[in-house]
Structures are given as structure tokens and as C-alpha cells.
Design a protein around this ligand. Structure first.
Ligand SMILES: C[S@@+](CC[C@H](N)C(=O)[O-])C[C@H]1O[C@@H](n2cnc3c(N)ncnc32)[C@H](O)[C@@H]1O
Length: 227
């Protein structure tokens, strides 16, 4: 047992939480902007964070925040919650939020599984899990974010008819996810033809990790509906 794995806590699904020093401008935003757009801790009805929001979306592991900010800019009527443990990623996202003057994003530095547990049931309309850490070695598969417990937590937080978009460029992680999601009675895979998972969905915005193309296949997009 290590300091970051208290009893009953899920295994760590992410790598480092801080890398290079944070640039002064981003450090200032961590002091000033971050507290004002933080996802509060504890039980949460996300609609109270922005009254009148048409929908509430959650992006798990937003990395540098480019996709989250891009979607928020396109859809100002939607409230987007973003959760990311990597401090440099959070700092980068704050820069995008600040530069684009986005008023519809709330951010937590931490583990999205904690936020999922805090959310009121059926309070999300949409979830993005884009290029999660692949943990390609068999002995690390247990660290993958997609596990039956996470799928159950997603099912609890998503409303019926809400959707989950999962993307990966690791063949084995796509198969792993499909198998587990299809094993859940709570989700339905929305693919109708092969192009539905081979081609980026119409409203997809390319992510920074996706551009690195570090996986072993072209990006695969899996879209599920909460039944
Ligand atoms: C490979 S990166 C991809 C980042 C971004 N989605 C992209 O496509 O550029 C995966 C991200 O997921 C984050 N992550 C891993 N486990 C997480 C968790 N339990 N909750 C939230 N984020 C997590 C990691 O810190 C990392 O930034």
C-alpha cells in the first residue's frame, strides 16, 4: 500500500500529476481563475453550477483542455465539467478558458471517479473519455479507467438517453472497452456500420494526444447510449 492508494481507493489510472514547471501566467490562473470555476467537493447537482444550462457534459482526462475548450466555445448553452489529475494539463486548460473567455466550463484537478461518485444520479447528458491512458502491458490492465466499477458509475451519473464517447488508438483497449460496455445492461453501442467507429464523429475535435499517434492503430471512436 502506498500513500496514494488508501484502502478501497481504486488503482491509480493516470501517470504523473506534475511535470515541467508551470509558466508564470498559468500559475497566476491557478491562483485566480481556478477557484472561481472549481467543481465543488461533495454531493453535487451540476445544474446548480450554471442555471439555465441546456445540458451538462463531463470530459474525463481532458489533458491540455483543447477539446474541452473547443466544445465549450462551440456550445455556450452547455455546461462542461472537466476532470484531470495532471496539474500542467489543468493549467493549460485554464489558459484556454481564459483566452476564449469561456463561462461554461468547471474544472477539478483530481480523479474523475470521485466526481462521478459525487454527482447526483442521472445528472449528465454526455461524457467524453478521449484517448485515456492505454496501459498496454497486461500487468497494468487493471489500471485502465474502463473497468466494471467505472462503467457502473457512468451508468449512474448519465441520464437515460445520455451518451458516452470513448476514443483510443490502441486496438486492444478498443476491444477491451467494447467487451465491457457490451457486458453492461445499461449501455447500447450506437454503431450501425464500420465507418461509425473508424471515422471521427462529425462534432469531434482532434485532441493533442490523438495527434501524437502513439498507439498501434488509427483512432477508434466508440459511442454508447445509456439505455
Ligand atoms: C493519454 S492522456 C489524453 C489526454 C486528452 N484526452 C487528449 O486526448 O489529448 C489521458 C489523460 O487522462 C488522465 N486521467 C487518467 N486517469 C484519470 C482519472 N481517473 N480521472 C481523470 N483523468 C484521468 C491523465 O492524467 C491524462 O491526462
Amino acid at each position: 500500500m502506498t500513500a496514494d492508494s488508501p484502502p478501497h481507493a481504486p488503482l491509480r489510472s493516470y501517470g504523473r500529476i506534475k511535470a515541467r514547471p508551470i509558466k508564470p501566467r498559468q500559475a497566476a490562473l491557478l491562483e485566480t481563475l481556478a477557484p472561481s470555476i472549481a467543481i465543488p467537493e461533495g454531493p453535487l447537482d451540476p445544474r446548480t453550477l450554471k442555471t439555465g444550462a441546456a445540458e451538462v457534459w463531463l470530459e474525463i482526462g481532458f489533458g491540455g483542455g483543447e477539446h474541452m475548450a473547443g466544445q465549450a466555445a462551440r456550445r455556450p448553452e452547455v455546461l462542461i465539467l472537466g476532470v484531470e489529475p495532471f496539474l500542467n494539463g489543468v493549467a493549460s486548460a485554464l489558459r484556454h478558458i481564459d483566452e476564449q473567455g469561456l463561462g461554461n466550463v468547471r474544472v477539478r484537478q483530481g480523479d474523475a471517479r470521485e466526481v462521478l461518485a459525487e454527482l447526483e444520479p442521472a445528472s449528465l447528458d454526455r461524457v467524453f473519455i478521449l484517448f485515456p491512458d492505454p496501459w498496454p502491458k497486461a500487468r497494468h490492465h487493471k489500471r485502465r479507467l474502463i473497468q466494471p466499477e467505472t462503467i457502473a458509475a457512468l451508468a449512474r451519473a448519465l441520464r437515460s438517453g445520455g451518451t458516452l464517447r470513448f476514443a483510443t488508438d490502441w486496438k486492444d483497449y478498443a476491444a477491451w472497452t467494447l467487451e465491457r460496455m457490451q457486458g453492461s445492461p445499461d449501455f447500447r453501442w450506437l454503431a450501425e456500420r464500420a465507418d461509425d467507429w473508424r471515422k471521427p464523429p462529425a462534432d469531434h475535435l482532434t485532441t493533442r494526444y490523438e495527434m501524437k499517434a502513439l498507439g498501434d492503430c488509427a483512432p477508434i471512436f466508440l459511442e454508447f447510449e445509456r439505455v
